[in-house]
Design a protein around this ligand. Structure first.
Ligand code: SAH
Length: 588
């Protein structure tokens, strides 16, 4: 229950004070701090009240401001403070309008007293989304509250902002505000008498290495024989967590679909083959409900301590916070068989499309796959583009045309039990590495290969130009490195013949200076020279250019290997300077 203290300084004020206490008492624990001879100093009373959830001052705003001034700390810690004049005309939230809930409390008080609320926070009066209210209403923590004001300021200027709602703390946007829902349970095991400092560093380092926020952790769970383990108790107390114990019988009673690691050693000692993974999942199921729980991090072992993390839906069903592609039992992480033996388990490769270049076109799923990887492999230009996500990881960059070598390396590392991310620009499957990874790993069923799609140049470029791909289209690469010229020409002719909008990838290279010119000549056998065309260069990177022209003009244009070319079909027109293929919608 919320703790509210109401202060008053006059007889009239005292009457209003008692009225407010009465009105709020059904939903909160309310204390009336009345003006009287033996009330004690206001400073002391305010200090005590500041540990609660809200302070209401009946009287002048100045008195309230002076009383609270010594105790104000920060947006995310201060209680709500409200002032009401003694004639009950105005209810004014003066501190913690959003995170502390002062605005909401003022609104309900105003309604109860038939008074008027005086709201002064800019997001509210301008009717702009207030991220701190959003978070506090849902019990979601804010990892970097110092950024709230930047987000509100940007929204008021009608600019874009980057907000992540996730237990992970990686910056997927140039400036990310991290909202962290409580959605994780840690399963812990340790030898009897484990030192507190040892356990603490193990847990905190484990989370830090994985970019997981401690604020996302709601509970620690373990087996009941650890009931008196002082280190676990202290960790829970110091970090304000829930603590849950399960019997061996309860831990056995879980579906195998989570893919728990089994250990005879642990079975012998405790009566169940795995303590940390099972208790984490068991507690997560209690909190998050069936079907919405996964084993996020499998058992890790260090110095006789074990740790695993389970994820549940901590948003109360208001949003899906499950990392895609992580179904129970599919965790690609390393697993260790018993506490004293660490070794390599099943490795994995994700082939990740990172989009054309700018971070806002990198999907959250792609970002997570890179963050979760132990090793990142890719062509140097691409690994440079995602540098912020790969800090502290092994990054293997290579030059162009080393595709087989790159994929071979990915396979080798995966066989050793690593999580490998192979990054490609745009989409991972479109002229990317995904196909080759499957070929290279054809005889390694133990390596789990996942393909994570990205925004390909045709889509990002098409959007920049307008809507050239409204109807059927074809995509043709002019590179004759792996496809012979005859085949390319045959496909160009067919596309022209079929009146398909055509997107050309790899239009030119240093050694293929004439390839675009030749392609245009072939197309002009079927397509009129004044056909609407466009091209986009360096999408999402420095030097981004988009331009419209005709088919005849294309060979003269400034087009290189970082350009994607769009050739319209007979329905393609220019509308207000944008390239649009009309699909033929007519008024009914
Ligand atoms: N997998 C990539 C394509 C790789 S082939 C994707 O899905 O986008 C390389 C070609 O893609 C380039 O020659 C160019 O035609 C196109 N391309 C890739 N990134 C681009 C960008 N940022 N701007 C313009 N064209 C790009």
């Amino acid at each position: 229950m919320k703790k509210i203290t109401v202060f008053s300084f006059s007889e009239k004020g005292n009457r209003v004070n008692l009225e407010i206490a009465e009105l709020l008492s059904s939903d909160a624990e309310v204390e009336s701090s009345l003006q009287s001879a033996d009330a004690g100093s206001l400073v002391e009373r305010t200090e005590r009240a500041f540990r609660g959830d809200a302070l209401i001052f009946v009287g002048a705003a100045g008195i309230a401001v002076r009383a609270i001034a010594p105790f104000i700390r920060s947006k995310d810690k201060d209680p709500a403070v409200i002032v009401i004049d003694e004639l009950k005309q105005h209810v004014i939230p003066i501190l913690s309008g959003h995170l502390g809930g002062a605005n909401d409390l003022a609104r309900s008080l105003a309604e109860l007293l038939s008074a008027e609320e005086v709201i002064t926070t800019a997001t509210d009066i301008n009717k702009v989304f207030a991220v701190d209210s959003f978070a506090s209403e849902r019990g979601i923590g804010i990892e970097n509250p110092e950024r709230i004001k930047d987000v509100s300021a940007a929204l008021l200027r009608n600019e874009e902002v980057g907000i992540s709602l996730s237990p992970f703390l990686s910056d997927i946007f140039p400036k990310t505000l991290h909202l962290v829902p409580k959605c994780l349970c840690l399963g812990v095991g340790c030898r009897k008498g484990t030192e507190y400092d040892k356990l603490k560093s193990f847990i905190l380092d484990f989370l830090k290495d994985r970019n997981i926020s401690l604020s996302a952790v709601s509970d620690i769970a373990t087996i009941d024989i650890k009931r008196n383990e002082a280190a676990i108790k202290r960790f829970v107390d110091e970090h304000n967590l829930g603590l849950r114990f399960f019997t061996a019988e309860e831990l056995k009673d879980l579906p195998d679909s989570f893919g728990f690691s089994e250990s005879d050693f642990v079975l012998e000692k405790t009566g169940v083959s795995n303590v940390c993974e099972r208790s984490a999942v068991k507690r997560a199921l209690e909190l998050g409900g069936e079907g919405r729980v996964s084993l996020l991090e499998k058992k890790q072992v260090s110095g006789g301590m074990t740790l695993a993390v389970a994820l549940y839906d901590g948003t109360g069903g208001t949003g899906d916070i499950h990392p895609e592609g992580e179904k129970p039992g599919e965790d690609p992480g390393k697993s260790c068989e018993d506490p004293e033996k660490s070794g390599s388990g099943r490795g994995s490769i994700s082939v990740v499309g990172i989009g054309p270049g700018s971070p806002d076109k990198l999907t959250p799923e792609a970002g997570r796959a890179i963050i979760k990887a132990d090793i990142v492999i890719g062509y140097r230009v691409y690994t440079e583009l995602i540098k912020e996500l790969t800090e502290g990881k092994t990054v293997i960059s290579s030059e162009m045309r080393r595709e087989r070598e790159r994929c071979g390396k990915a396979r080798e590392y995966a066989l050793k039990g690593n999580r490998v991310a192979v990054v490609c620009s745009g989409d991972a499957g479109i002229y990317g590495m995904a196909g080759l990874i499957f070929e290279v790993c054809a005889n390694d069923p133990d390596i789990e290969v996942t393909v994570i799609p990205g925004i390909t140049a045709a889509l990002a470029g098409g959007a920049l130009l307008g809507s050239p791909l409204t109807n059927d289209f074809s995509v043709i690469s002019l590179s004759d490195h792996l496809t012979d010229k005859e085949t390319i020409n045959k496909r160009l002719r067919a596309a022209g013949e079929a009146d398909l909008v055509t997107v050309l990838y790899n239009p030119k290279s240093r050694v293929r200076q004439d390839s675009l010119k030749e392609a245009v000549e072939i197309l002009m056998e079927r397509v009129p020279p004044d056909r609407v065309c466009g091209y986009v260069k360096n999408i999402g990177r420095e030097g981004e250019i988009k331009k419209l022209c005709t088919l005849r003009e294309l060979p003269e244009e400034d087009i290189d290997m970082f350009t994607t070319v769009f050739i319209g079909n007979s329905d393609t027109v220019i509308i207000n300077g944008r390239m649009v293929t009309e699909r033929g919608y007519r008024e009914a």
